[in-house]
Design a protein around this ligand. Structure first.
Ligand code: NA7
Length: 542
């Protein structure tokens, strides 16, 4: 291990490990590594901790996993003491929690804020990474860990004319820190993914008029959010050890739902309707999709769930034409991320809300006064882009990463992200990727997965350091086998059929490649543990 070598007036510092990103993943990794005595430096583009929850401050931003489960398990004291105000926490409460974690475990002094990483280059002679930030700071370390998140490179489609717009515009993932007041304004919202669905009811309450520009109708199920029930919370806390174990032994990293045993098409229509109704009333997306064991595997089964949700939309939305337009027809439910709604569909019953069809009448351009579609012009004071992210690979490829022989990650991943276990990519030694492509990532509860990855990587770095190994790299053949396995698992489901960000379909020109590993967190954890127990089988160490 190196000692802390950092000269006050120098713009080069030396460490054992550099971690990029101070979200949930970066913070826990820092905590673990520091606990073992490593000199760790975290580099963060934002001005504070929080990652996703730092940037996504839009009205209505809320987690779709229950907070008692979407929280760290590493400190029992922390989980016993923390009080979550709601079942599905709103962004400010999650940010408050992660800020508390940073303070409580004294993590901030190891983090450089307002520092966007521009490049990371491996020095083959020294077995060392050099990370350079936008401030021309250089950090050097044997190990580099990318905790850059999956939805951290916001994307505004390149509509012509945006620069002419006289009003203000916002992206959901780059929301201002101060409250944006839409009172009395005509607002255009583009995008009806999870972010657009959360923004709509909130902005509709303020705006003079809200126009929701929808390209693809989206399924959504109720969140059934509520203030935390004191008894329920105490029950959780009393059983936390068991709950955390069962999270880690589940596919979705969530303890609180029943694993289904029946097929949707093997039961009669009445039973099915009752089950869906019950799940609809309970709230949550995993519980709805896990009503039956083949909703994500079998088209006919899936269609029963689609049909149920379409009927619900029609029963909520009074205007039949709007209701019909809100009914998704072009993808199977759950094959795109299934957002949770709080009054989303009901908001279209308000007089000050209009649904605009930009599937049949696409946006032609932004003008100084608003949005011009193929059908008509909409005069607007503000535009909100809830148009998503260059997901999973965007933030990684935004950094100029150079591995062995000066090969860039961009060129290696030109056809899609290649990894072994999602943890490393061949040709880039001592370079770890957290909860990204090739790992369960966005298809599981992020927090237990983050803890699993951070623990695995920390143990690995500790093992390498104790044994005086200077370099570890994924084997290229094992990487190919893993990539094929990830693809095979996905192809056994309906997921790859959708035009989703899971396959990169939302970014023009991005190679179609199914990125998350959907074999389940439980199975994945066992695989990772077996690899470590076998002396890091599939990796070259020297
Ligand atoms: P998503 O889920 O990628 O949604 C983006 C939305 O923006 C989606 O409805 C898109 O329609 C729409 N979009 C994107 N480009 C355009 C253009 N050019 N014209 C019209 N509409 C467009 O992003 P979110 O931020 O909502 O959610 C991301 C994740 O964050 C979410 O899954 C949660 O995990 C948290 P499309 O469907 O592509 O037709």
């Amino acid at each position: 291990m190196t000692s802390e070598v950092q000269h006050a007036n120098s713009d080069v510092s030396h460490h054992d490990v550099i971690v990029v990103g101070a979200g949930f993943a970066g913070l826990y990794t820092l905590h673990r590594l520091r606990g073992l005595g490593f000199n760790v430096r975290v580099v963060e583009a934002g001005s504070d901790v929080g990652g996703t929850w730092y940037w996504n401050r839009y009205p209505g931003a809320r987690c779709d996993v229950e907070s008692l489960e979407y929280s760290y398990s590493f400190s029992d004291q922390l989980q016993q003491e923390w009080v979550w105000p709601e079942r599905f926490s709103a962004q400010p409460d999650i940010l408050r929690y992660i800020q508390h974690v940073a303070d409580r475990f004294d993590l901030r002094r190891h983090i450089e804020f307002d520092s966007r990483v521009e490049s990371a280059e491996f020095d083959e002679g020294r077995d060392e990474w050099t990370v350079t930030t936008g401030k021309r700071r250089q950090l050097k370390a044997r190990f580099c860990i990318m905790a850059t998140g999956n939805l951290s490179l916001p994307r505004v489609p390149d509509f012509p004319g945006l620069e002419d717009f006289k009003g203000k515009w916002y992206h959901s993932g780059l929301w201002p820190h101060e409250k944006v007041d839409f009172t009395g304004q005509r607002v255009g919202l583009i995008g009806t993914g999870a972010s657009g669905i959360q923004i709509t009811p909130n902005v509709a309450k303020e705006a003079a008029h809200l126009y929701v520009f929808q390209r693809t109708a989206n399924y959504s199920v109720p969140s059934v959010n509520r203030p935390t029930d004191e008894k329920e919370m105490q029950g959780y806390k009393a059983r936390y050890a068991e709950i955390r174990r069962s999270q880690k032994n589940s596919a979705y990293g969530i303890a609180g739902f029943e694993v289904p045993t029946l097929s949707a098409i093997e039961v009669d229509a009445e039973t099915r309707a009752r089950t869906y109704e019950e799940k609809w009333g309970l709230g949550g997306n995993i519980s709805f999709l896990a009503a039956y064991n083949d909703i994500l595997l079998n088209k006919a089964s899936n269609e029963t769930a689609c049909q149920f949700v379409r009927e619900k939309i029609k029963s909520i939305v009074k205007d039949p034409e709007t209701a019909e337009l809100l009914c998704p027809k072009d993808h199977y439910i759950g094959t795109k991320r299934l957002p949770l709604e709080i009054d989303y569909f009901a908001t279209f019953n308000r007089d000050n809300v209009t649904l605009v069809d930009v599937r049949n009448y696409p946006v032609k351009r932004i003008t100084k006064d608003g949005i011009l579609t193929k059908k008509q012009a909409y005069e607007l004071d503000a535009i909100i882009f809830a148009t998503g992210f260059d997901a999973m690979t965007g933030a990684l490829l935004d950094i100029n990463v150079k591995g062995l022989g000066g090969k860039t990650l961009q060129s290696k991943w030109a056809g899609g992200p290649l990894t072994y276990l999602g943890l490393m990519t061949a040709g880039f030694p001592n370079f770890f990727i957290m909860t990204g492509p090739g790992a369960p990532s966005v298809k599981t509860n992020m927090i237990p997965h983050i803890e699993q990855h951070a623990d695995w990587i920390t143990d690995c770095i500790d093992y390498l350091s104790r044994n005086k190994h200077v370099r570890m790299e994924a084997d290229a053949k094992r990487e190919q086998e893993w990539v094929k396995h990830v693809d095979d698992v996905a192809n056994a489901t309906l997921y790859p059929l959708a035009e989703s960000w899971y396959v990169g379909a939302n970014i023009p020109g991005k190679p179609r490649f199914f990125m998350p590993y959907i074999g389940g967190l439980d199975k994945y954890t066992k695989l990772c543990n077996a690899v470590a127990a076998n002396g890091y089988d599939g990796f070259h160490i020297r």
